[in-house]
Design a protein around this ligand. Structure first.
Ligand code: PEP
Ligand code: MG
Length: 616
């Protein structure tokens, strides 16, 4: 089928410059040009069949004689790439294997989000990191409460912050998109927005946010509260005014391509999902389990954050136990919902890993609110908070270090997990539980945490009169853990690579501050890619390979996956396949990308094997 334009009595520049408007090519079908059209159609079909792909053709004609000027592979959007590949199989020009290999996995991202019309003229006011794809339009708002209040009135808003933290969560939920001046691809805003499938640009270092003044400055322009902007999370652009958006439509072609991909991949795909709602969505995107449930994220919503903060700032064990007693039913209910949604697929629940700077109360209002709940004076609470402030929270009292020093936290979480599992099993459903210990550096940390988990499991099973199968494993997200994986595997049923922290600690590069200089590194070729987006195969990858080899040396059946953000990035997924992992886990919206990349990795490997056989 021909699709295009033509222009009579013209030079190529007339079309490119837009000086004259061309006519639709279908107009050539009738009248004096019908013969030329017929010939063009015949040659175009021949070219498409020869190259087995859609062609972008340039031609001219003079006095009824057709001249072909150029043919090349046609550019295409993600949606078109899917359709073309499937239709070429239907026309028997290519095989399903080739169709799967032809679509760039990253392009599938465009299928699920509106995007800025590529043909629209736009005024870009700043650029940041494309943290979560799609495009959204709304009024600039600089405060989470205000974002929520305006959204309740039916207004569409964009939440703009220097950076976000859990107290902005309700604002992120309410906003169409999130824009931050600071932060990298694994910063709070990026991870949370991506999990929700919400458009997000982070690390837009050109912008200077003044939340109190309700404005931001960027490249000599000022954008004030209420002003309309467009955030393009696919390219990282911040655009003045309302850009024209286009809505992709997914359909049968997509379903067919994905079924071919699923038949061909060896890697399983799981989702990073923290709530029953996310778990349901993850299933819709093809998740075969949950690879990471970040339990601290379960406390973002409503007044849950207060109970979580109470636990964090509790000055002693009784205080902590009081707060934990409030958290237990919330967690148990969420776990029940997640187990139900996953219908017997494995669910990896990670014990709490709250970097303190994300969870401590900020500002007078939050301190006053929490002080009231805890029956303390604001001054007393402020002193407690001050005593907890860390110089380097990403390397501080987080992960299993919390459960090691305060075992009651691990006890509460294990209880919530196993009670929930027993309740769901009692309703006749299957549950597969995997308890994951975060930020382990030394095998002794894992051993002690695993002992608590196993003891509590036994207590719950005795009380409930039933047992549920479960595994206890660990994240491998610190270089020491990777290098001592043989020791760690003695205590672990599974490994999951936390490549966000592993990248942070291998490079010695803060996840939250990298946005200030990493783009410069990439722009100037010091690094090829942002290592928080694309796995650094030579460095971090080497640690992964060492850990896989050492871990499987101890336990040949060790189940191994990845749950860092790289689990949804095509080149990184292919690396995981070759490293011999069992699964990748990523945010629900990136599951299609992971599925397709995993299939391509399997086909590439087969291709190599077949080629090797042919030369032997
Ligand atoms: C990681 O470090 O890769 C990970 C998945 O954990 P988090 O991002 O929660 O630190
Ligand atoms: Mg981590």
């Amino acid at each position: 089928m021909l699709n295009g334009d033509f222009l009579l009595n013209a030079q190529g520049e007339d079309v490119v410059s837009g000086a004259r408007t061309p006519e639709p090519i279908a107009k050539m079908k009738r009248g004096a040009l019908a013969k030329v059209y017929g010939e063009l159609e015949r040659i175009a079909t021949k070219l498409e069949r020869h190259f087995k792909d859609v062609q972008d053709i340039e031609f001219t004609f003079e006095r009824g004689k057709l001249y072909m000027l150029q043919t090349r592979r046609a550019q295409r959007t993600g949606l078109a790439a899917v359709r073309i590949s499937v239709e070429l199989v239907d026309e028997r020009l290519i095989t399903p294997d080739e169709a799967v290999q032809r679509v760039p996995p990253q392009d599938l991202d465009q299928l699920f989000h509106p995007m800025v019309d590529p043909d629209a003229a736009v005024t870009v006011v700043a650029k940041g990191l494309p943290a979560s794809p799609g495009a959204a339009i709304g009024d600039a708002v600089f405060d989470a409460d205000e974002a929520e209040a305006l959204a309740k009135q039916g207004r569409k808003v964009i939440l703009i912050r220097p950076e976000t933290s859990p107290e902005d969560f309700h604002g992120i939920v309410a906003a169409q998109a999130v824009l931050t001046a600071r932060g990298g691809m694994t910063s709070h805003a990026a991870v949370v927005a991506r999990g929700m499938g919400k458009t997000c640009v982070v690390g837009a270092t050109d912008i200077e946010v003044d939340p109190h003044g309700g404005r931001f400055r960027a490249n000599g322009r000022v954008v004030k509260k209420g002003q309309l902007i467009t955030v393009d999370g696919t390219t990282g652009r911040v655009i003045l005014g309302a850009a024209k958006l286009v809505e992709p439509k997914i359909g049968a072609h997509y379903a067919k391509l994905m079924s071919w991909a699923d038949e061909r991949r060896r890697l399983r795909v799981r989702a990073n999902a923290d709530t029953p709602h996310d778990a349901i969505r993850a299933r819709e995107f093809g998740a075969e389990g949950i690879g990471l449930c970040r339990t601290e994220h379960m406390f973002f919503e409503g007044d849950r954050i207060t109970a979580m903060r109470e636990m964090i700032v509790a000055p002693d064990e009784p205080g902590r136990r009081r707060a934990l007693a409030k958290l237990l039913p919330m967690q148990r209910a969420d776990f029940e919902g997640i187990f139900e949604a996953m219908a017997g697929h494995p669910v990896t629940i990670r014990l709490l890993d709250p970097p303190l700077h994300e969870f401590l109360p900020h500002g007078r209002e939050e301190v006053a609110g929490l002080a009231k709940v805890m029956g303390l004076s604001a001054a007393a609470l402020e002193r407690l908070v001050d005593s907890l402030v860390e110089a380097n929270p990403m390397l501080g009292h987080r992960g299993c270090r919390l459960g090691i020093t305060y075992p009651e936290i691990t006890e509460m979480q294990a209880r919530a997990i196993f009670e929930a599992a027993c309740r769901v099993v009692a309703r006749g459903k299957k549950v597969v539980v995997e308890v994951m210990i975060p930020l382990v550096a030394h095998v002794e940390e894992l051993k002690r945490q695993a002992e608590i988990v196993r003891r509590v499991a036994q207590e719950v099973f005795s009380a409930e009169g039933r047992a549920v199968p479960y595994l206890v494993g660990t994240m491998i997200e610190l270089p020491r853990a990777a290098l001592t994986a043989d020791e760690i595997a003695k205590e672990a049923d599974f490994f999951s690579f936390g490549t966000n922290d592993l990248t942070q600690t291998t490079f010695g590069l803060s996840r939250d501050d990298a946005g200030r200089f990493l783009p410069f590194y990439v722009e100037h070729g010091i690094l090829h890619d942002d290592p928080f987006q694309v796995l650094d195969q030579e460095g971090v990858g080497k640690l992964i390979e060492i850990a896989v080899r050492l871990g499987r040396g101890t336990r040949s059946d060790l189940k191994i996956g990845i749950c860092g953000e790289h689990g949804g990035e095509p080149r990184s997924v292919k690396f995981c396949h070759h490293a011999g992992m069992n699964y990748v886990s990523c945010s629900p919206f990136r599951l299609p990308i992971a599925r397709l990349a995993a299939a391509q990795a399997a086909l590439e490997e087969q291709g190599v094997i077949n080629r090797t056989k042919a030369t032997v």
